[in-house]
Design a protein around this ligand. Sequence first.
Ligand code: BGC
Length: 345
Amino acid sequence: MSIIKTLFDTMPDGREVYLYTIENNNGVKAGIITRGATIDSFVCPDKDGKPGNIICGFDNVAGHIASGTYTGNIIGQYANRLAGGKFTIGGKEYNVTKNENEITCLHGGGEYNSALWKAIIVDDDAVEFSYVSPDGENGFPGNVEVKVTYVLTDHNELEIHYEAVSDKDTIINLTNHAYFNLGTTAGGDILDHELMLNCDYFTPTDEKSIPTGEIRSVEGTAFDFRTPKKIGRDIHADDIQLTQCKGYDHNFCVNGEAGKLRLVARVTDEKSGRKLEVSSDLPGVQLYTGNFMNGEMGKDQIPLSQHYGFCLETQYYPDTPNQPSFPQCTFKAGEKFKSLTIFKV
Ligand code: BGC
């Protein structure tokens, strides 16, 4: 096990952005940068033992800023969308930044993912990133102390431990927005990857990508990934749920008890022979198939074109605070948000 700290780049205001590279005893490596506590790379061997980076990323901060796709970032304070950019806690309405078409709040308004996080090496396989979101940032109540610890084990698991606590009642929904491509972006898009989702239900959305409130069975739909199938097999099916967002961009309800770690998804890529398993204790996962990737220049001078990455964003369901039937994520002042997601290769 080893951790190396190197200079990655600087923020637009000149502050230094560092890259922490954790390497395990199998030669698997995870690189995380302090801007947005972002996964910069995840390098593992293919079937011939050749190492490759399975994360879409950028060579510098300018690349991240220009793209605006949240690539590899930690997302907060509320992952995914809040309808009308508002919610109510204890009868009080809060209005947050409407950074999507001035209609919805997407990914908390964009602060956590673009902030410079503090980092400390806490073990020979672990780096802790922390950020304090001041009361009222993007309209969210509470000074929120957030800690995200990345651990790379010798079982080739990249663990992401989330912790957050606020001094006022608030909503908290944290995720990582990594785009994976098991064949590396040099190998093209991800439509031939096979996906298994441990999810019997999903939450359909309206034309603004806000859940309608329905919890729909995947049975007999293009959303049934309970038996592994290629991501691209049904992506162009004649289903308004797919056509209105140009592919999959939906929350699935993870089977089993939320609060307990369970398998969420397994992805395999026959060509490279690589595999990814995702586990989490959260109630949902957003399958996003990179529908709006539009050729921004990624690492190794390879453009990140449509479907060049897929995301499995473990989360509370989108718009939960406005959907009483969804599992809730309002935390009392002083109450700890704690969660674990594991990406295993
Ligand atoms: C959202 C997409 C969005 C993407 C990048 C996903 O979590 O559901 O609609 O385009 O993030 O922001």
